[in-house]
Design a protein around this ligand. Structure first.
Ligand code: NAD
Ligand code: TYD
Length: 350
């Protein structure tokens, strides 16, 4: 048997594939279009394995994917492929709806044909990797998002993910496709593209640049170390009930200012500035993001109760490991912060 991962050259997808091969030899097909966010270097340590196959294909290429499903006897699709950065969705929403909505629809069409042809194994699964951002924003004293909460997406990114989640659900209800949907909180860890808050702050700090905090920096996210997310996805894939949705969270709510301060304290210790100053002096409050969600928090009790999953990594442990990883991998960061990245940063933080 084989699994098919989409977007496996991105941040979470590549961590998922690396962790997958730690557990066993089951083959993986990785299909990725290699947008600016996809990087095959993330998979350098597994790329020579005979159980690993890479295809530069978009999720919208239904026919090619349909052929791969049959040829490799695929037992599960895990759909990570997406446009994933909120600020880019504000600057240019269309690509988000093309990939996240239309792309997911076309991927589902390949899965539906495979499933209804009778070629797919009986325990076939389609796992849609989604986000807590579909639920909108919470007040400070509200309980965390539950699976039964209504969708109230506020950014084009969140709206496109909400749209794709609805299509996945409809394919389960209408065609009997065995679908699973997960909504996870903010991830961090190795191989995250430095447009997102945590790697951006680490690299800007080391580069002597400002550490941009939007608005008052009091927005709250529930941070989850990426390997814990991958572990939860594995649990949902193996034991989740088709048709069900599962929220995945880190139980680690932190506001952005606290996150940035924590990174600065670790860098002050591991890479002290010659001036004796703290990296925290580089913090700069900048114009807020339009429609900026104030708080996300996850109630992951369904996953704990039904599938006995809970996060293993504390925020303090995970963020230290992450800073150490970026310090130890300057070649990776240099290669991803090339032309396109520099143009984005120049436009976004002008
Ligand atoms: P990412 O931007 O790092 O990676 C996305 C990957 O998808 C890239 O490799 C890119 O090349 C690929 N891709 C884009 N368009 C494609 C297409 N049309 N066909 C095939 N491949 C395509 O994203 P990420 O942070 O790894 O997120 C992965 C998934 O997890 C996304 O669906 C995202 O919505 C979801 N998610 C992310 C987080 C987070 O904190 N990063 C949290 C919850 C859920
Ligand atoms: P981000 O990593 O983009 O994830 P998301 O928007 O999906 O939650 O941002 C995390 C938080 O950090 C969010 O509240 C926006 C904020 N942020 C900044 O304050 N400055 C920045 O430069 C970036 C990229 C994000």
């Amino acid at each position: 048997m084989t699994i098919l991962v989409t977007g496996g050259a991105g941040f979470i997808g590549s961590n998922f594939i690396l962790d997958w091969f730690e557990q066993g030899p089951e083959p993986v097909l990785n299909i990725d279009k290699l947008t600016y966010a996809g990087n095959l270097q993330n998979l350098a340590t597994v790329s020579a394995r005979k159980q690993y196959f890479f295809f530069r294909i978009g999720i919208e290429e239904t026919n090619k994917i349909r052929r791969l499903l049959g040829a490799h006897n695929v037992r599960a699709i895990i759909n990570f492929a997406a446009e994933s950065h909120v600020d880019r969705s504000i600057a240019g929403p269309e690509a988000f709806f093309q990939t996240n909505v239309i792309g997911t629809l076309k991927l589902l069409e390949a899965a539906r044909e495979y499933w209804t042809s009778g070629e797919a194994p009986k325990d076939f699964r389609f796992l849609q990797v989604s986000t807590d951002e579909v639920y909108g924003s919470l007040q400070p004293d509200e309980p965390g998002f539950r699976e039964t909460d209504a969708f109230e997406p506020n950014s084009p990114y969140a709206a496109s993910k909400a749209g794709s989640d609805h299509i996945v659900r409809a394919y389960g209800e209408t065609y009997g496709l065995p679908v699973l949907i997960t909504h996870c909180s903010n991830n961090y860890g190795p191989f995250q593209f430095p447009e997102k808050l945590i790697p951006l702050v680490i690299l800007n700090a080391l580069g002597g640049k400002p550490l941009p905090l939007y608005g008052d920096g009091q927005q709250v996210r529930d941070w989850l170390y990426v390997s814990d997310h991958c572990d939860a996805l594995n649990r949902v894939l193996s034991d989740g009930q088709p048709g069900e949705t599962y929220n995945i969270g880190g139980n680690s709510e932190r506001n952005n200012l606290t996150v940035v301060h924590t990174i600065c304290v670790i860098l002050d210790e591991l890479r002290p500035l010659a001036s004796g100053k703290s990296y925290a002096e580089q913090i700069a409050f900048v114009r807020d993001r339009p429609g900026h969600d104030r708080r996300y928090a996850i109630d992951a009790s369904k996953l704990a109760r039904t599938l006995q999953w809970s996060p293993r990594t504390s925020f303090e442990g995970g963020i230290r490991r992450t800073v150490e990883w970026y310090l130890a991998n300057p070649a990776w960061t240099t290669s991803v912060t090339s032309g396109e990245y520099r143009e984005w940063v120049a436009r976004q933080y002008a």
